[in-house]
Design a protein around this ligand. Structure first.
Ligand code: ADP
Ligand code: MG
Length: 323
């Protein structure tokens, strides 16, 4: 449904987006996750034809955004980060105006009424937009995106600035819309993406660092490899033993977790299983192993790992994560 190939956007010598490629299948709800400044809005503005790319190709439903902008745009409903609302119009005037702007051919009355019912703004239909709460304004923004019944919806941080109840309502609305639309939704909030999306793309400093389902991401990065061991014994000596264990890349102490018991994190080398060795050596020193488990990484840990590793000013490095 959407195809993005080697998309790059440069401002002067700065890359806002760098060599991003991904696809969105029909019916998918794709989460576009990244910290502020990662390049989410830039990408969305390019997908929707509001901004031109420095390099790369974007196709929407087979139409190249550059070569066939009108056809491509007709397939997309866009809710930008700052919805283009006219505050001095009533909801009715605004939606009718957007209907004309988009040259919609569907029955005006019926189509707009249907959308208003769907996003639940019938009760403010006659009100001036400037008198609406932020939650209602966001719904009006969504209504505008739905005019013409485009198969693809692109929503840029649709819950920013809303209160918790409004957030829940907008999220469930997006899920509902996802039954009949392909959706790309951006957010810097992991929980939001996790709650709504089938698949997650993580971008950091303009680069794509992960593209997978939430479940796959968790599995891939926890990988059952990092171990947490609770050991009773003198901390410095235990740590030295762990660090010198064959197959251990790195060991760190996480501090006392129970009286006299210290927890350590062990990073094994690729494919090494250090458990048996660990047990034998601790036993020979008389230091009881009080607990051993693999460290499950939450999606949040992964997000932090993928987006915080590169510090500002550090050279960009390609990370695993795609394919
Ligand atoms: P996000 O939406 O993920 O917060 P943006 O796409 O808005 O990120 O911005 C990505 C990067 O591009 C940021 O570093 C931002 O400062 C830069 N940027 C965005 N727009 C412009 C512009 N018009 N001129 C120069 N730099 C820009
Ligand atoms: Mg943004």
């Amino acid at each position: 449904m959407i195809e993005v190939q080697n998309l790059t956007k440069r401002y002067g010598s700065n890359y806002a987006v760098r060599d991003i490629s991904f696809q969105v299948e029909e019916g998918e709800i794709l989460g576009f996750l990244g910290p502020n400044g990662a390049g989410k809005s830039t990408t969305m503005n390019i997908l929707t034809g509001y901004l031109s790319a420095t390099d790369g190709i974007v196709k929407v439903n087979g139409h190249d955004v550059l070569e066939e902008p009108n056809e491509a745009k007709a397939n997309i409903g866009y809710l930008p980060e700052q919805p283009p609302l006219y505050l001095d119009m009533t909801v009715r005037e605004y939606l009718s105006f957007m209907y004309d702007l988009k040259r919609c051919r569907l029955d005006r009355q019926q189509h707009i009424a249907e959308i208003c019912r769907l996003v639940k703004i019938e009760n403010v239909y006659g009100r001036l937009i400037k008198n609406l709460s932020k939650g209602y304004r966001q719904r009006v923004g969504l209504a505008q995106a739905l005019i013409g019944n485009p198969p693809v919806l692109i929503l840029d941080e649709p819950t920013v600035g809303l209160d918790p109840n409004q957030i829940i309502e907008i999220r469930s609305l997006i899920k509902k819309l996802g039954k009949h639309h392909t959706i790309i939704l951006s957010s810097h909030i992991l929980q939001e993406i996790e709650a709504v999306c089938d698949r997650i793309i993580i971008i950091s400093q303009g680069e794509l660092v992960a593209d997978d389902t939430a479940a796959h991401l968790s599995r891939r990065y926890s990988d059952d490899r990092r171990l947490l061991a609770r050991i009773m014994g003198p901390e410095a000596d235990v740590l030295s033993l762990l660090s010198h264990l064959p197959g251990v890349e790195k060991a760190v102490s996480l501090g006392e977790r129970e009286p006299g018991v210290i927890e350590y994190a062990l990073d094994p080398k690729e494919d090494a299983d250090v458990r048996r060795d660990l047990f034998d050596r601790l036993a020979s020193r008389g230091w009881p192993l009080m607990g051993l488990k693999s460290m499950e990484m939450s999606l949040e840990d992964i997000f932090i790992l993928l987006t915080r590793e590169r510090l500002p000013g550090a050279p960009a490095s390609k990370k695993g994560g795609t394919n």
